[in-house]
Design a protein around this ligand. Structure first.
Ligand code: SME
Length: 154
């Protein structure tokens, strides 16, 4: 069994370590679901966030893909929730307090803050990566910068 090894308390360094190990883990694997599932598991091991998962664009909806956490909703429409707005605006959305975000879809009342990152291939948004925390204001521009790099590996 393989594990992600994190050796530092510095968030940037933690992301650097995760990124390098993820390159190695995904090397040669062509299947998108396998890559998404492994990315979720690796992020979970590195940071132990509450909920980590992908929603994939299928026809005109986001449909839940590989995730780690409590039950997520299955489908999200464009423009709905943080994920649907990320899809519509094609940019990363950081929510410091989900209670303050109009239209936020609460899959669990444990979640207090959230980041949603677009996953693009060939200039098309094919999915979003949604990460939730049980702490307020867990995510910032550092998470954005590194997660935007990590989703390029998917
Ligand atoms: N909170 C998300 C919905 C997905 S769950 O958090 C797993 C949203 O508002 O889009």
């Amino acid at each position: 069994m393989q594990h992600i090894l994190i050796t530092t308390n510095d968030k940037k360094q933690q992301y650097e370590e995760l990124y390098l190990q993820l390159i190695y883990l995904l090397e040669g694997e062509p299947d998108l679901i396998a890559r998404m599932a492994t990315t979720c598991a690796a992020i979970k091991e590195a940071f132990n966030f509450y909920w980590i998962g992908f929603y994939r664009v299928i026809e005109n909806e986001l449909v839940v893909g590989p995730y780690i956490g409590t039950l997520g909703c299955l489908r999200i429409k464009k423009g709905k929730g943080v994920c649907g707005i990320c899809w519509q605006q094609q940019k990363t959305i950081i929510v410091k307090d989900v209670n303050e975000f109009p239209g936020h879809i609460a899959c669990s009342n444990v979640s207090k803050s959230e980041i949603v990152v677009p996953v693009c291939q060939h200039n098309q948004l094919i999915a979003v990566l949604d990460i939730d925390s049980e702490e307020y204001a867990k995510f910032d521009e550092i998470d954005q910068q590194y997660l935007e790099q990590i989703v390029k590996l998917v």
